[in-house]
Design a protein around this ligand. Structure first.
Ligand SMILES: Nc1nc2c(ncn2[C@@H]2O[C@H](COP(=O)(O)OP(=O)(O)OP(=O)(O)O)[C@@H](O)[C@H]2O)c(=O)[nH]1
Ligand SMILES: [Mg+2]
Length: 299
């Protein structure tokens, strides 16, 4: 008897959901490294982040995406469009939700919006480490009456619960095909982008209220130096003069602290010593202005 040959599977998986549900934590967990920044604040991720997971008989190209919301200004429009574009391109949609309440009207509106697609949608109810097991049952049944999910899986991205199971389920729905990338290819972005994201993560973590949302980071210079540390000059853009003062802080203490923790993490991630110079500039209402957004890399 001839043994049946197992065919290689490969495809794109868009990780989508509302802001702050744990999409970036999950892609990092799948990839086993920090690809996408994570903060306790919503709307952290602003761009699509690719993570390629290659195993013996499959390759999953994950896309972490910005949280889906009702956009109020241009940057948010860009973010939501980025998420929907990833959905359009996906072979499998991995929708992340939280287990705290049944689907709200925004969730229902989202499910309605994707109802025309034939793409399988796997629902992962994340953060189950925070709730009692019994409380999941009504949440799962409320979601399943809203939409015909291919699978529903309770997970905890933080505690790595059920991640193997979810991978197995994703692979079940992937098409057969050759890998898109070489096995050692993990992502498509460079150290420049990673450095900017780490600085943004520290800004999100350190400052309150509107500051993180009014901030973007651009790397003006990134020089690898054979003798000595790499040199990175980064600009933190804010929208108003008053915000510049807050970023810098009294006697420059705030920015010094952010610079220090960002530098330490950049060094850890790129594996080299770094000299990090942070500058703060005002670009008025950049997040509401298309051409400014474009200039700042939100293309
Ligand atoms: N307790 C618990 N917290 C989690 C879990 N997954 C993520 N979090 C936390 O939830 C917060 C948001 O996580 P992110 O991964 O940044 O969420 P996100 O969906 O990428 O958020 P946006 O990029 O803003 O859309 C962080 O504080 C995470 O530590 C989980 O399984 N359990
Ligand atoms: Mg995120």
């Amino acid at each position: 008897m001839q043994s049946e040959k197992k065919h290689f599977k490969s495809g794109y998986v868009a990780i989508v959901g509302k802001p702050n549900v744990g999409k970036s934590t999950l892609i990092n967990d799948f990839m086993g490294c920090k690809l996408s920044i994570v903060t306790p604040k919503p709307q952290t991720t602003r761009k699509k982040i690719m993570g390629v997971l290659t195993k013996e008989d499959y390759q999953i190209v994950f896309y972490d995406t910005p949280g889906i919301m009702e956009p109020r200004y241009e940057l948010q429009k860009y973010m939501v469009k980025t998420a929907y574009d990833a959905i359009e391109d996906a072979d499998v949609i991995l929708l992340i939700a939280e287990p705290f309440e049944p689907p709200a009207s925004t969730d229902k509106a989202f499910l309605e919006k994707i109802s025309h697609l034939t793409t399988p949608v796997i629902l992962a109810i994340n953060k189950i480490d925070l709730v009692e097991k019994d409380s999941l049952i009504p949440i799962i049944s409320a979601y399943s009456t809203q939409f015909k999910f291919a699978e529903i899986v309770p997970i905890s991205a933080l505690k790595s619960t059920n991640l193997d199971l979810i991978q197995t389920l994703i692979v079940k729905y992937l098409p057969e095909g050759e890998p898109f990338y070489p096995a050692d290819h993990m992502t498509d972005y460079n150290e420049r982008f990673l450095a900017a994201e780490i600085i943004r993560e520290k800004v999100f973590g350190f400052y309150g209220e509107e500051i993180p949302y009014s901030t973007t980071v651009e790397i003006e210079e990134f020089k690898e130096r054979e003798a000595g540390k790499d040199f990175i000059k980064a600009i933190i853009y804010v929208e108003r003069e008053s915000q510049k003062g807050i970023i810098i802080g009294k006697d420059g203490k705030a920015i010094k602290h952010v610079g220090l923790i960002a530098r330490e993490e950049i060094e850890k991630e790129i594996g080299r010593k770094v000299y990090l110079e942070l500058w703060v500039k005002v670009m008025e209402k950049w997040r509401k202005d298309r051409s400014k957004l474009y200039k700042l890399g939100y293309k």
